[in-house]
Design a protein around this ligand. Structure first.
Ligand SMILES: [Zn+2]
Length: 721
């Protein structure tokens, strides 16, 4: 399969997380060419994966200097393989064209798998230098394949004959997918347009890399140093100790450091009693990329928007958003706007209620303030305590990471009959990473790598990654998936306690892993999570729901000192408070998603959009509550500007949530979260089918009808039950 053309290749990430590209190509079925055999000895990236389970990635023997030569060699190999398919003397058939493409590029897929693991979990300045150099060259390779006219003629011939050439339903779908991906990427354009397209894609790849570096520089280069106890007022012990450790790491022992990152800024804004410091931290955090200095991203964004608009016009679309949405479940920008706007209005009304509650609280305290952006998280916590007598922190002693990992395994077993057992002695990047073999009825299903801890060079947030996709067209290939988080390690011998939100994230990412593990298809390009981006978050979001079941909590949410299960009273409070602050959460997210879509609808090749002015005017027109800012302000919106991944696609989380909320109600209607018949349908029509059928058809087969958005409105508490 062609790495470059799987437009949706990716990892799926939670809203709170950074994106990571997953290489789509998998498995090592191909024989290394004789001329690469020589280099293989010196470069572990080029060898087929060795070891048990059909081979595993050589994570213990790769060094940064291996990447460039390995990528160059593997790119040349892929081009040669594609060229051989394109110039075949045989008449084009599914087997010698589409299936042959699925077989091609195996070495590059393996190299890129390890490359992506380093990029997301162990990125160093030396690695970043390789990335800057290779990003435009990888973009160029993709265009060379799309623009190979002989190859496209053969693909078009196979696609044209698909109804009368005896293909299976999956083969027909794959022929359609490959053909439509080529057309989408410009295969039908005249030569001068193709040349310009290549220039645009390479330029974009370079600007994306610069955007990333700039935002990272503002996150790591700016810190708040707190010098006295008085600066720590209100902060719980866990924040104090991590701030002290951060200071020590910077050579300022005895002080405290708050980094300019989400994981440091958000807890500070939630707990600090010092309103002056909250304002400072808030202003600095939301100004990333917008400081008028060398790291300001506005000029990069203006260029990205113009290039994307020009590319869309070349490809025959009105805007980048129209082009992008062609490859989605939503299909049109209008459909996404209609959904977003229907949720926006009740969410804004809820924000006004939330602000009124907080203002009343502040007034009773005699604070003599008007609620501002830097007060929202702080007073929301106070109101939560007052209204529901519920403190999120009270859950934490019951949420031990090891127990919650076992809860994931319990859920997978109860729903789908999957069993997880630890595997030792596989090559690992670091010893703290764990690997589990997954079996069903004694048969090997795949491997699950779990990398739970934060470290320098690891991206923040959480994500899933497919190291190898399931396939069986040339014999069974089992999948290898991984889950990655950023938990802070406990002291030696102490359990790692995580927050309720983190526990949900753990279940979310495990949902993506199950989507990969349960895949049961023939071809890797349509396997597992290789589905439309606005559908891929549905399986992961729905799995979050099982965390809250009594069966999971009573077995696994055990107090780390007493071993007692979480008291029912605490659970009841948690449930009563479940729709609390949903106005804030929804508006913070939706403002970002709406600005994304509107930016990409407004951009044209010849208009230089000022991102700051556009953001200000768009939010004013929407009626953005003044107490909230976008979750990702435009100048720091990595989803949109560090790749094409989520550009005109940030709405995807909401689109998927319509499906996950509606799907969960199928279990509620069946009377149990563990209802066997419903779980089987979910597996048969969602988790196992990858992209072998239209997702709307798959959903309908599961639910008996299309998804309805009222389940989402109930989940968020925007309609009366
Ligand atoms: Zn996700």
């Amino acid at each position: 399969m062609i790495r470059a053309l799987l437009f949706l290749t990716t990892v799926a990430v939670a809203t709170s997380c950074n994106t990571v590209k997953t290489p789509e190509k998998t498995s090592d079925g191909t024989t290394a060419k004789s001329d690469t055999a020589r280099t293989t000895a010196a470069n572990p990236l080029l060898a087929p994966w060795s070891g048990p389970f059909g081979g595993v990635p050589p994570l213990d023997s790769v060094r940064v200097e291996h990447f460039r030569p390995a990528l160059e060699s593997a790119m040349a190999e892929e081009l040669a393989e594609v060229d051989a398919i394109a110039t075949s003397k045989e008449p084009p058939t599914f087997e010698n064209t589409i299936a042959a493409l699925e077989r091609s590029g195996r070495t590059l897929a393996r190299v890129q798998t390890v490359y992506a693991i380093h990029a997301s979990t162990l990125s160093t300045p030396a690695f970043q230098a390789v990335e800057s150099e290779m990003a435009p060259r990888l973009a160029e390779l993709a265009d060379k394949i799309v623009q190979n006219e002989k190859l496209f003629a053969r693909i078009a011939a196979v696609y044209g004959a698909r109804e009368k050439s005896g293909l299976t339903a999956e083969q027909k779908r794959l022929a359609w997918l490959v053909h439509s991906n080529f057309v989408h990427a410009g295969a039908k354009l005249p030569a001068p347009a193709k040349a310009r397209l290549t220039e645009i894609n390479q330029r974009l790849a370079s600007v994306f890399t610069r955007f990333n570096k700039s935002v990272l520089a503002d996150e790591t280069g700016i810190v708040h140093v707190l010098a006295s106890e008085a600066d720590l007022a209100g902060l719980p012990e866990s924040i104090r100790s991590s701030a002290a450790a951060a200071a020590e790491a910077r050579g300022e022992k005895g002080k405290w450091v708050i980094a300019n990152t989400r994981s440091s800024a958000e807890p500070f804004l939630t707990y600090s009693d010092r309103r002056d410091l909250r304002e400072k931290v808030w202003r600095t955090y939301y100004a990333r990329g917008n400081n008028g200095d060398a790291n300001d991203t506005k000029v990069l964004i203006t260029e990205i928007l113009q290039l994307r608009a020009e590319r869309a016009r070349l490809l025959g679309f009105e805007t980048h958003a129209h082009w992008k949405l062609e490859k989605s479940m939503a299909k049109t920008p209008e459909a996404t706007l209609a959904l977003m706007e229907s949720v926006w209005k009740p969410a804004v009304l809820r924000v006004h209620e939330e602000v009124a509650d907080m203002q009343a609280f502040a007034d009773r305290e005699g604070a003599q303030i008007t609620i501002e952006g830097w007060d929202y998280r702080y007073y929301a916590e106070k109101v939560r305590k007052e209204k529901y007598d519920f403190d999120q922190g009270a859950l934490q002693p019951y949420l031990q990471l090891d127990n919650l990992r076992d809860a994931l395994f319990f859920t997978a077993d109860e729903l789908f009959g999957l069993e997880f057992t630890p595997v030792a002695n596989l090559p690992l990047l670091l010893p703290e990473i764990r690997v589990y073999e997954v079996k069903e009825k004694g048969q090997h299903v795949g491997l699950w790598y779990f990398d739970p801890y934060a470290r320098a060079g690891k991206r923040s947030g959480a994500w899933m990654n497919a190291y190898r996709r399931q396939e069986r067209f040339d014999g069974d290939v089992a999948t290898i998936v991984s889950n990655n988080c950023n938990f802070v390690k406990g002291a030696p011998g102490e359990p790692v306690l995580i927050s309720w939100d983190d526990a949900r994230t753990l279940f979310h990412e495990f949902g993506h892993a199950l989507h990969g593990l349960l895949s049961n298809v023939s071809y890797p390009s349509v396997s597992g999570t290789a589905v439309f981006r606005d559908y891929v978050e549905f399986p992961s979001q729905v799995v979050e729901q099982w965390l809250e079941t009594p069966e999971v909590l009573s077995r696994f949410a055990l107090h780390y000192k007493t071993g007692e299960p979480m008291p029912k009273e605490l659970l009841d409070k948690l449930q009563r408070a479940s729709t609390f602050n949903q106005g804030f959460t929804t508006v913070e997210y939706l403002a970002s998603a709406l600005v994304d879509m509107k930016l990409h609808l407004a951009a044209t090749p010849d208009k230089a959009i000022d991102p700051a002015a556009f953001e200000r005017d768009t939010l004013a027109a929407l009626g953005m509550p003044k107490e909230i800012v976008m979750r990702h302000r435009t100048t720091q919106f990595g989803h949109l500007f560090s790749s094409d991944g989520y550009a005109a696609g940030y709405y995807s989380y909401l689109w998927s949530e319509v499906h996950s909320a509606d799907a969960w109600e199928a279990f509620v209607e069946a009377g149990s979260p563990w209802d066997e018949a419903t779980a089987k349908k979910l597996r048969d029509h969602v988790f196992s089918i990858g992209n072998t059928i239209d997702p709307a058809d798959g959903y309908r087969a599961f639910r008996g009808r299309d998804a309805q958005s009222d389940a989402l409105m109930r989940e968020r508490g925007f309609v009366a039950e």
